[in-house]
Design a binder for this molecule. Structure first.
Ligand SMILES: [Zn+2]
Length: 270
């Protein structure tokens, strides 16, 4: 829990990172870079939008992901440096304007994709979970939508799981492109909910949060020809209120995810 005592929610202190075997990716051209944490390769957690300085993208997903990786001893890749390009700005590696969840922009980074490839290398299967943060209003919108079939008050929904359900937002192709087995997605949903993060599988007709878009990293494994027997990939969206907003809530959320993931992945124990 040291990270939470030390952190001021602005950034993960770099000394602490080094002390805990979090190492910078080897990109000689980049001064401050994504953080790569080796560990049990049955599970890889990636925070693609965890930029730690303001304006942040998915607020505090860097701290959250680091804490879970630390608890579980699994593999982790944390981007606390690159920011999604703001309006009118194009992606730019040197300026640290890159959306690492977009395949085209992830390819502009010298080592990110290679680090992922290394961590999911056989033997053994890897579950990859992309840790994102959604707006509170997005959670409410999804809860209220009839197609979500969510029973309960709109503010009682905390998280969404995307694993390629529904049609392609890019081509309109009317079929699922599952990146994880349905059973895995359902079990993850149930475990998270049981431990206090009420989660649903994103409805098939949602415009976002389905992990279905071919141009985004959740589908990258499928695009690259990996089989689901080698890699399963899940996009997890966690709302900010009560789960990513304070030190205590980050601690609580990290514990929930750690318990759920250790229940889901064989050989992963906190
Ligand atoms: Zn995100």
């Amino acid at each position: 829990m040291e990270i939470f005592r030390n952190c001021n929610l602005m950034y993960v202190p770099s000394l602490l990172i080094v002390g805990e075997k979090m190492v910078k990716a080897k990109s000689p051209s980049i001064e401050d870079d994504i953080k790569v944490i080796p560990g049990n390769s049955s599970l890889l957690l990636i925070a693609p939008h965890g930029v730690s300085t303001k304006p942040k993208d998915d607020i505090n997903t860097d701290i959250l992901t680091h804490e879970i990786v630390k608890q579980l001893g699994c593999c982790g890749i944390i981007n606390d440096v690159f920011r999604k390009p703001r309006k009118m700005k194009g992606p730019n590696l040197e300026n640290k304007d890159l959306n690492l969840y977009k395949i085209e922009q992830a390819q502009m980074h010298p080592t990110f994709l290679d680090e992922i490839r290394k961590m999911i290398k056989p033997p053994g299967k890897t579950l990859v979970v992309w840790i994102h943060g959604m707006k509170n209003s997005s959670a409410k919108t999804e809860a209220k939508n009839k197609a979500s079939k969510f029973k309960g008050r709109a503010d009682a929904l905390h998280a969404l799981i995307g694993f390629g359900q529904g049609d392609s937002p890019k081509t309109g192709e009317p079929k699922n492109s599952f990146t994880a087995c349905k059973e895995t997605a359902n079990r993850f949903k149930n475990l998270l909910t049981e431990y206090g993060l009420t989660t649903i599988l994103t409805r098939k007709n949602a415009s976002n949060f389905r992990g279905r878009h071919e141009d985004y990293m959740n589908q990258w494994f499928m695009n690259e020809g990996y089989k689901r027997s080698q890699v399963e990939s899940i996009q997890l969206e966690i709302r900010e209120k009560d789960f990513r907003d304070t030190v205590d809530n980050l601690k609580k959320t990290a514990n929930i995810l750690s318990k759920a993931l250790s229940g889901l992945v064989i050989g992963i124990k906190p």
